[in-house]
Design a protein around this ligand. Sequence first.
Ligand code: COA
Length: 144
Amino acid sequence: MVIEKMEVTSCKSVAEIEKLCFSTPWSKASLENEFNLSYAHYFCVKEQNQVVAYVGVHNICQEGEITTFAVHPAHRRKGFGYRLLKELISYEKKQGIKLLNLEVRQGNIPAVSLYEGLGFEKVGVRKGYYQNPTEDGILMTLHL
Ligand SMILES: CC(C)(COP(=O)(O)OP(=O)(O)OC[C@H]1O[C@@H](n2cnc3c(N)ncnc32)[C@H](O)[C@@H]1OP(=O)(O)O)[C@@H](O)C(=O)NCCC(=O)NCCS
């Protein structure tokens, strides 16, 4: 397993994984636009030179906000998600980030369990934030 800075050329593969994982996926174009933003940072995991997991973050004023995070369905429960987020946390610390925030569907047990295992705490709820299907969003935070 290799964790590396994502390159813009990986946006096509990532957009395909997004479609497999989310009802409102990021498009290839919207992902490519992230590479024009100085505060956006993306990492991916590759296996046999193929992207199998990725995470993005926006760093603004010592706070990081996770934008998207997923592991290809065929590669889950192998520790990729955990190790990728551990790496992101370590990167964020080095960047001087003090707080890492994210939002997750209330019923997304795999993701919530993973985040809690890394020390994220539930700090708020956004009622009906998600669509297709409508669901509350849970705000989670990790103090670095
Ligand atoms: C959430 C997700 C990223 C987890 O990735 P993963 O690589 O399969 O997770 P890992 O193998 O690293 O598991 C780490 C921990 O997460 C939790 N976890 C992962 N999958 C789980 C599941 N299906 N059920 C319950 N807990 C789960 C467990 O606590 C696990 O630790 P354990 O293996 O010691 O039990 C993956 O399921 C995914 O891509 N889901 C769809 C996209 C998504 O929901 N992204 C998050 C949006 S906020």
